[in-house]
Design a protein around this ligand. Structure first.
Ligand code: ADP
Ligand code: MG
Length: 206
């Protein structure tokens, strides 16, 4: 079971990690993009937290987070992260707490939404390289309980993030660089690893 309080803590921890690492994310984006990923994400998560209704059921809470991200973050990451949270919320529905299989399915629905929207698959040097393995790992480790599943998802996200270093980007702004995009860590895969680091933190708090 993932509690409503843990979901609120997840969003708060994600916003805190983005804020702490926004310069780093922007530095990564300056190498292969337009140097705005950290500021984009920090603006979005700050707006989402400002509108967060901690009493709202999970479906509406995550949908409003997604809408805030779409509404305040320009560029690719806002609509992509926004879609993730909107689809996650839609799959959860208006419940208070959620079982691990349902949460795993909701994470997968969020990831599928990002894929439909951005059309990236694993290996194209995007946030999908962290998100897809993390979501899969969460689903296949739910038998170990919430801390085990969250830890497995984080390890997979970090491994996927690290694998983007050697990739040549074929989606997003970094693809304009072609082969010169290799040798740099993808900013979106890096922020996605924070999403799962935040989940580990939130799960450890209760
Ligand atoms: P922009 O590229 O518009 O400046 P950001 O800098 O905020 O937006 O986000 C860049 C990140 O978005 C990339 O590092 C990559 O992970 C992700 N991204 C870009 N295009 C796609 C896509 N089509 N599918 C999935 N993720 C993508
Ligand atoms: Mg950018």
């Amino acid at each position: 079971m993932l509690t409503h309080g843990q979901c609120v803590a997840w969003l708060r921890a994600f916003a805190a990690l983005i804020d702490e690492n926004k310069e780093f994310l922007t530095d990564l984006d300056s190498a292969i993009g337009d140097a705005d990923h950290g500021t984009n994400m920090a603006r979005g998560t700050t707006a989402a937290l400002g509108k967060l209704d901690p009493a709202a059921p999970l479906g509406s809470m995550f949908r409003s987070v997604g809408m805030a991200l779409v509404g305040t973050v320009g560029g690719s990451a806002g609509p992509l992260y926004g879609t993730f949270f909107m689809k996650l919320g839609a799959r959860l529905g208006d419940v208070k707490d959620v079982s691990l299989p349902t949460f795993a399915a909701a994470l997968a629905a969020g990831r599928d939404g990002v894929v439909v929207r951005g059309k990236a698959s694993v290996g194209e040097k995007t946030m999908i390289d962290a998100l897809t393995p993390a979501v899969k790992a969460f689903g296949s480790h739910i038998g170990e309980g919430l801390p085990g599943a969250a830890a497995a998802a984080l390890a997979a996200a970090q491994q996927g993030r690290d694998a983007t270093v050697d990739m040549v980007a074929t989606k997003g702004r970094a693809s304009y660089l072609g082969k010169r995009s290799a040798g740099h860590q993808d900013p979106g895969a890096t922020s996605t690893a924070y999403l799962f680091e935040a989940l580990v933190t939130a799960v450890g708090e209760e």
